[in-house]
Design a protein around this ligand. Structure first.
Ligand SMILES: Nc1ncnc2c1ncn2[C@@H]1O[C@H](COP(=O)(O)OP(=O)(O)OP(=O)(O)O)[C@@H](O)[C@H]1O
Ligand SMILES: [Mg+2]
Length: 337
């Protein structure tokens, strides 16, 4: 993979000028991002995601380290000189301007000839399917429509790099899920390289080709969604991405990789299984799957998730029932830290 965006050993300290000890918001971050990639920075609140994005955009200056875009040193450029665009969580649409004028704003300011502004705005409206609403003001749009206007405005100047800070943060869950896929289609059709920030692991997994998991200013692991989910390197990553059972000896098993029943399956000599017996303590029904909490003799609780593929299974487990849980050794992951 050839790096299009190359971030190396970037550090950002805040507050050193105030006399106190500086606070390190970004701690020796290095990332290589390829052209056309959709890359997600994922981590909990305060871990430094927005700060890293703001360093890329030029709203903050790194304490040390370098940022290259297509071989060009970004740190030397003022924000408006950088061939990129950042879309903020709040969208910051101009309330008094129509959809059309919101999208045209940056193009006009750039001094693009009128005919070209028109052409570009129409293309963007088509891309985000808002042609019919071009004359509306932002307050006359739904949250999802506003989000699309903000996206169209960010893409209008054809940036080489698009930075999205919590792009769907203002939308409710259902709309958010629909918009995730739509947004990926739009980004891919334009081919723009995109670094997005989210604290929502499902969103990162749905949208991004690769994810960097951040904690306390540091990158803990970088990989495709499946890599990170199936082979988490650390306990933090395993627990942050989805649900996991961490057993003694730092073995991790995902709840959906465990089977549950009143009886163990008939032994197969060539397929050794890990097995434990326990008592069903809690049952949480989620529609497409059910999560069982199995109380083990050791005192540990094992989370087991079973898909509800049948509508009326004959022998469902109830609270208080004795049950066996079993899983294949290949379902286990050894955590290094
Ligand atoms: N200008 C600043 N001065 C001092 N500290 C700051 C400044 N900006 C951010 N920080 C601190 O740096 C840390 C990282 O902040 P950042 O905004 O990058 O977090 P985040 O990962 O985007 O979190 P969230 O998910 O809540 O948006 C936080 O502890 C924050 O308080
Ligand atoms: Mg943030």
């Amino acid at each position: 993979m050839s790096a299009f965006l190359s971030i190396s050993e970037v550090v950002k300290d805040f507050g050193a000028s105030a006399g106190g000890a500086p606070f390190r918001a970004v701690d020796h971050v290095s990332l290589e991002i390829a052209q056309g990639e959709i890359f997600a920075l994922l981590g909990s609140s305060g871990c430094g995601k927005s700060t890293l994005l703001r360093l890329l955009a030029g709203f903050e200056t790194p304490t040390s380290g370098s940022i290259l875009l297509n071989g060009q040193d970004l740190v030397k450029l003022a924000p408006h000189e950088r061939p990129l665009n950042m879309m903020f969580q709040s969208y910051a649409l101009f309330p008094h301007l129509s959809v059309w004028d919101n999208i045209a704003f940056g193009l006009k300011r750039e001094g693009l000839p009128k005919a070209q502004v028109s052409e570009r705005v129409e293309a963007m409206l088509k891309l985000v399917q808002l042609g019919k609403l071009a004359q509306r003001k932002p307050h006359q749009l739904s949250g999802g429509q506003q989000q699309r206007v903000a996206l169209a405005r960010s893409l209008a100047r054809q940036p080489s790099l698009l930075l999205l800070d919590e792009p769907l943060g203002a939308l409710d869950k259902k709309l958010r899920e629909e918009t995730q896929i739509e947004l990926v289609h739009i980004l891919k059709s334009v081919g723009v390289t995109c670094v997005m920030v989210t604290h929502d692991q499902e969103e990162a997994m749905t949208m991004a080709g690769r994810i960097a998991v951040m904690s306390e200013g540091r990158i803990l692991q970088v990989g495709a969604p499946r890599d990170i989910y199936e082979n988490p390197a650390t306990r933090f990553v395993a627990e942050f991405i989805g649900n996991v059972n961490v057993m003694e000896g730092a073995l991790a098993v995902r709840p959906e990789k465990i089977r549950l029943g009143r009886h163990l399956p008939p032994a197969q000599p060539l397929v050794p299984l890990n097995q434990v017996q326990g008592r069903v303590r809690d049952i949480a029904y989620f529609g497409s799957y059910t999560v069982y909490h199995l109380q083990l003799p050791s005192g540990q609780t094992l989370k087991v998730s079973q898909s509800n593929s049948e509508r009326h299974p004959d022998d469902t487990l109830a609270q208080g029932d004795e049950a066996w849980a079993w899983w294949s050794p290949s379902a286990q992951v050894v955590l290094t830290r």
